[in-house]
Ligand binder design. Structure first.
Ligand code: PMP
Length: 389
């Protein structure tokens, strides 16, 4: 397998981690050499219910016994899509009453940017330094890190970047701005939550100028922060909400939620404005629907708060400069790059998978599954502590 992986899979890093996966169950990933790892990154905030949750597997089996792909989203009536959209919108604020399903996070942002331009008839976007919105051209255009943008210039023009949580942005949101796009809790940028007052004033300025506010909750959504969506912590409601990652319970799917009125812009000129052959795949919708039912009918979201509390209490140790984030979306800022590298590699050798963010080499990202039990959490914390020495 290694030989095929090395010869025929295109790689995006010089030294891929190279764990050879055998199976994954609950909070564990098992490799073909017989080792068991605690998954503390959840495939980057995807497997929030752990791996192969039985309700999710049951829903997938039920769906595959009836049909797989039949027709692009929005034309045929498919039970799993309609039920998933129905449940999801019932849990969202009133203005977010429709969902357009796509395949991934970056595609959700692409569609959101297009929808904002089409609805407002304006061109300009406002985005934030250190943000991350995905790796396709449109999403990369609103991603706030030159190191990722520069090799691909020219990107979309008329995108204006400001510091996150800095009120200098307010004077630039005008009746020429199509949308302001942001992660209410920046993920790859270092797990940085928005400041509530600032977010409230951005919302106010957007409403005054007819600018759409897009929240990218691709990483912070579906219970990760202890609430269904991160914006609930701030009491600020977006015009468009983008989502993916944990949305599919482990299968690929993305989506954007907005109002019926705003989605009108997708109905004509051109027809089928954002075609996405596999968007809202019925098996992913069945899986996502089941995952959402589990999430809302259990105490998993409150477990995110327990996880946070325990980590904050136990990892207030030498070498950890700051613990940031909310719920089970946390970042440990360590003293320096060498310690970070030593800790993450040491933990992996001891059976704990941690994450780095794209933008910082001193930040260790923690995104454990919300089903994490006390004993496994204790073991994970022990491994972190022993590798900080
Ligand atoms: N937005 C945010 C906030 C993300 O964290 C990510 C993925 N890390 C994306 C967008 C892109 O999602 P995808 O990889 O599914 O395209």
């Amino acid at each position: 397998m290694k030989e095929l992986f090395n010869r025929h899979i295109a790689h995006t890093s010089e030294h891929p981690i190279g764990l050879e996966i055998d199976y994954a169950e609950g909070p564990f990933i098992c490799t073909t050499d017989g080792r068991q790892y605690i998954d503390f990154i959840s495939g980057i905030a995807v497997s929030s219910l752990g791996h192969r949750h039985p309700e999710v597997i049951r829903a997938i089996e039920e769906q595959i016994s009836r049909h797989l792909h039949v027709m692009v989203y929005g034309e045929f009536i498919q039970k799993s899509q309609s039920e998933f959209a129905g449940l999801l919108t019932s849990l969202l604020p009133e203005n977010l009453d429709r969902i357009y399903f796509v395949n991934s996070g970056t595609e959700a942002n692409e569609a959101a940017l297009k929808l904002a331009r089409k609805h407002t008839g304006r061109k300009a976007f406002i985005a934030f330094n250190n943000s991350y919105h995905g790796d396709t051209m449109g999403s990369l255009s609103v991603t706030g890190r030159d190191v990722y943008r520069d090799p691909y210039l020219p990107l979309l023009s008329d995108v204006h970047f400001f510091d996150f949580n800095d009120s200098s942005v307010l004077k630039d949101i005008s009746n020429e701005t199509a949308a302001v796009i942001m992660e209410p809790i920046q993920g790859e940028g270092g797990i940085i939550p928005a400041n509530t007052d600032w977010l409230t004033s951005v919302r106010k300025k957007c409403s005054e100028t007819g600018t759409l506010l897009i929240f990218d909750e691709i990483q912070s959504g579906f219970g990760r922060t202890g609430k269904l969506f991160g914006f609930e912590h701030f009491d600020v409601i977006p015009d468009i909400l983008t989502m993916a990652k944990a949305m599919g319970g482990g299968l690929p799917i993305g989506g954007l939620a907005s109002s019926s009125e705003i989605f009108e812009a997708f109905k004509h000129n051109p027809p089928l404005n954002h075609v996405t052959t596999f968007g809202g795949h019925p098996v992913s919708c069945a899986s996502g629907h089941a995952a959402l039912k589990v999430l809302t009918n259990s105490n998993l979201m409150s477990n995110a708060a327990n996880i946070e509390q325990k980590i904050r209490a136990s990892l207030n140790i030498d070498g950890v400069v700051e613990i940031r984030g909310k719920g089970a979306m946390l970042g440990l800022e360590l003293e320096d790059k060498n310690l970070t590298e030593k800790m993450v590699i040491g933990a992996m050798n001891d059976g704990l998978i941690l994450g780095w963010t794209l933008h910082s080499n001193t930040l260790v990202r923690l995104a454990p599954p919300l089903i994490m039990d006390e004993k496994t959490l204790d073991r994970a914390i022990e491994i972190v502590i022993s590798n900080m020495k």
